[in-house]
Design a protein around this ligand. Structure first.
Ligand SMILES: Cc1cc2nc3c(=O)[nH]c(=O)nc-3n(C[C@H](O)[C@H](O)[C@H](O)COP(=O)(O)OP(=O)(O)OC[C@H]3O[C@@H](n4cnc5c(N)ncnc54)[C@H](O)[C@@H]3O)c2cc1C
Length: 413
């Protein structure tokens, strides 16, 4: 049964929520995780840059992630408007690999470790609202047995794209420059590329390391793009499209299989990889309006983490790692808020500033053409100044690949 009181309620158990819950429980707090779904549950975002390991180390999950045998990747190959660029993580000093993970299993490992550290998990629980008080917050939820509430000192909102608190507080900001939707499916028998651009059948995936392949799409003038992410048993292939492109595709083709075939038909790289591939269950998945952030990421009684704080664009595959980072940062600040209540306002300001800087940086490098307010650009520039040399080199190389280098240069001035 869900208790009536706890120190912290974490809403949502994706990577960011598990990170906060695990670290707060490890620090000795009473933590309750409320999850609308039931693990294992699938979600988008399978491509992991190697930075994620340092966070999974913190909650003791790395060994189980290794044991799961997820596909290891050496880096990425980007085919952008006729040019090919490639990148290998080891050239940037990484000793551990990037991974292509099946998110249902990856997230289940994280939630198991948050539980092992002492956080209590309640699934099939949908949080509806938080009533904020002076000292304690009342989290209202629905279960199959009816509504209930739990009183906590702090709420960590890790509700992902739903952004529960940002919507409740009216702080969610969407960006008119981002007019993308994405759709994706899982394919059997797709070939894949290694770092040198030699292609292999999927059956070799555990023998010859793959790369993530990204291809800009001719349809939509190379602003939209496709990902190709080999997993253990299938390959995730998806397209990120401008809404204008979607309108045009809908006018010309009756269904998504035909629209997909048309997009792929323009791209020899994808045609080659998918030549003998079949779409599993003939099923595509869709996500709209995934770009936006909260203008206030921490405040009296709450912290927002992961996509609930902000997410812009999957082009650099940093969403999960940013979620883990923000989950760990929020855990530290939230714990300090309880221990040193006299510093609460200062901690909330630091967290807000840190997160808004990261989010603006993510926005800056993701947009095809970037310009922002001087304050926001300054936040992103400051965040860059705290990036390690290796991290900066990787960022510069990655930004060059899909032609976003000028955005980064602008922030580095
Ligand atoms: C098209 C696309 C492709 C992407 N590709 C990548 C990629 O390759 N690599 C990468 O790193 N990132 C990628 N991302 C980003 C990545 O998916 C997210 O950044 C990441 O999953 C965010 O984790 P999270 O913990 O914040 O939220 P989520 O993983 O979304 O978890 C949120 C959880 O909250 C629960 N929840 C929601 N509302 C409630 C409620 N009211 N009550 C209780 N529970 C609730 C949900 O059920 C869910 O379990 C991609 C994103 C998109 C849109």
């Amino acid at each position: 049964m869900i208790p009536e009181r706890a120190d912290f309620a974490v809403i949502g158990t994706g990577p960011s929520g598990c990170m906060s819950a695990g670290l707060l429980a490890k620090a000795g707090f009473d933590v309750v995780m409320l999850e609308r779904d039931v693990h294992p549950r699938n979600t988008v975002g399978e491509n992991m840059i190697p930075d994620f390991w340092k966070f999974t180390d913190m909650i003791g999950a790395s060994e189980d992630i290794k044991k799961a045998g997820f596909v290891t990747k050496r880096g990425g190959r980007v085919h952008w408007d006729g040019q090919v660029e490639r990148l290998a993580f080891r050239d940037f000093g990484y000793e551990r690999p990037g991974l292509h993970v099946d998110r249902d299993e990856f997230d289940s490992i994280l939630v198991r470790h948050a539980q092992r550290l002492g956080a209590r998990l309640f699934e099939n629980v949908t949080v509806r609202k938080v009533d904020f008080g002076e000292e304690r917050q009342s989290v209202r939820y629905d279960t199959a047995d009816g509504p209930g509430q739990i009183s906590v000192r702090y709420v960590i909102d890790a509700s992902g794209q739903g952004g529960l608190l940002a919507r409740q507080l009216g702080t969610r900001v969407t960006n008119p420059d981002f007019r993308f939707m994405a759709f994706w499916g899982y394919f059997e028998n797709s070939r894949y590329y290694d770092y040198d651009g030699v292609s292999y059948p999927h059956s070799m995936i555990q023998d010859v390391p793959c790369v993530t392949t990204q291809v800009s799409l001719t349809e939509g003038d190379h602003i939209g793009w496709a990902w190709h992410i080999p997993l253990r048993k299938s390959t995730s292939v998806g397209c990120v499209l401008l809404r204008e492109t979607v309108v045009k595709l809908k006018q010309n083709f009756d269904n998504w299989e035909d629209r997909f075939e048309h997009l792929v038909g323009n791209e020899p790289v994808l045609q080659h990889l998918l030549e003998n591939a079949t779409l599993i269950d003939r099923k595509f998945h869709f996500i709209n309006n995934f770009s936006g952030h909260s203008a206030q990421i921490a405040g009296p009684g709450f912290f927002q983490v992961g996509d609930a704080a902000g997410f812009f664009d999957p082009i650099f595959s940093i969403g999960v790692t940013l979620g883990l980072y923000s989950g760990s940062l929020a855990a530290w600040f939230a714990a300090e808020c309880v221990r040193k209540p006299q510093n609460v306002a200062r901690y909330q300001t630091y967290f807000n500033r840190q997160m808004l800087g990261r989010i603006e940086l993510a926005r800056g490098i993701a947009l095809p053409h970037y310009a922002s307010s001087p304050l926001q650009e300054d936040r992103a520039s400051q965040t860059l100044r705290f990036t390690s040399d290796n991290g900066m080199d990787l960022l510069k190389s990655a930004a060059k690949m899909p032609k976003r280098a000028s955005n980064l240069d602008r922030l580095l001035i």
